[in-house]
Design a protein around this ligand. Structure first.
Ligand code: MRU
Length: 341
């Protein structure tokens, strides 16, 4: 399965909004289509958004007509701005934008378009390698016979690679361990029931779906050996933004003595932010709360709010699994050293 594929002059993606009912691939021919796909969450998950944006920026650059580098860069900047406004929380998007900007600035005018395609391919390849490596490292934490609870979707779909939280589960299974997964449905957009359940079933990994509100019940009865989730942005002190509901799970895990792991490539770490309080949280349309797939579930006119992410304070996180190693408290110095090393 290739959730994101560069086809030379266009980008092919799985439309994740159509899963699990239909496995639909769409071809994006213009950078504005890629921006729209990110906003509409046809492509989603922090690392996958970064990869899609890099290809989208390269795609936009191919269509620029300019006689000088300065004119090229002026038009290129508009493309970058469109991606900057796509989604605010996941840092991989901004990391990809900055890398593409640097490449455009440094490359020779005659070869800049190809250089941008090459950089996007590098970003994609790096995510593939990082997610594979962190999954193998993280698998050490998962023992034979474990039941692992996960939230949202942090699999191949979300990374355009091997996956992070689901990657660790997959790698443990490939090592011959018998693993059971409990997937929370992840309201409002149901990434757990629509995507995680689907991905795990494709891989023949046993999965049981629960509603978000059932997690405490299962943890309190000793039915969960560890929780493992992905991340959208990790601040320098280890505070982690991830899908709304992650914080609740972390507190429940602590209360019940269940280890709580975050799995993420180092491209998700943002050392420029001291703590999670500085992470911008995306507010989405309240209709995602009052309806599911266009079916209204709440009285017309009711007030609703829709923060898409929350921040889990580092004190609740047992370890952060990255491709460069598994980090434990205190995170502040360790994350800095990890990125430098
Ligand atoms: O709103 P989404 O579906 O893009 O949110 C995704 C998540 O919160 C994931 O857990 C996170 O991006 C990690 S994906 C490897």
């Amino acid at each position: 399965m290739k959730p994101i594929e560069w086809l030379g002059n266009k980008l092919k993606i799985i439309d994740q909004t159509q899963l699990p009912g239909n496995l639909v691939f769409v071809e994006l021919r213009d950078y504005t289509d890629v921006v729209a796909a990110i906003k509409q969450m046809k492509v989603r998950g922090a690392p996958a958004i970064g990869v899609a944006a890099a290809y989208g920026i390269a795609l936009g650059a191919q269509n620029i007509k300019a006689e000088t580098k300065a004119k090229f860069l002026r038009q290129f900047d508009k493309i970058l701005q469109a991606f900057t406004a796509a989604r605010p929380t996941g840092v991989n998007l901004f990391r990809a934008i900055n890398r593409m900007k640097k490449m455009a600035t440094e490359a020779e005018f005659t070869t800049v378009k190809q250089a941008l395609i090459d950089e996007a391919k590098r970003i994609h390849a790096e995510e593939e390698t990082a997610t594979k490596q962190l999954s193998q490292l993280g698998a050490e934490l998962i023992k034979d016979g474990f039941t692992v609870l996960t939230h949202c979707n942090a699999g191949a779909l979300a990374t355009a690679g091997y996956g992070t939280a689901l990657g660790v589960i997959k790698a443990a299974t490939e090592q011959g361990k018998k693993i059971e997964v409990i997937a929370t449905e992840t309201r409002p957009l149901l990434q757990g029931s629509r995507l995680t359940a689907w991905e795990l079933m494709q891989e023949n990994i046993p999965v049981t779906l629960i509603t978000d509100s059932m997690a405490g019940y299962f943890m309190s009865r000793g039915k969960v050996d560890c929780v493992i989730v992905g991340a959208d942005r990790i601040a320098a002190n280890g505070d982690t933004a991830n899908k709304i509901g992650t914080y609740t799970l972390a507190v429940l895990a602590k209360e019940n003595g269940v280890p709580f792991y975050v799995a993420a490539p180092t491209s998700t770490i943002d050392l420029s932010l001291k703590s999670g309080a500085q992470i911008p949280i995306e507010e989405r349309n309240p209709e995602e709360v009052t309806s599911i797939k266009g079916v209204r579930l709440a009285p017309k006119g009711v007030k609703a709010v829709n923060p898409a992410f929350d921040v889990t304070p580092h004190k609740y996180i047992t370890a952060i699994i990255t491709e460069k190693g598994i980090i434990r408290k205190p995170y502040l110095g360790s994350l800095k050293n990890l990125l430098r090393g």
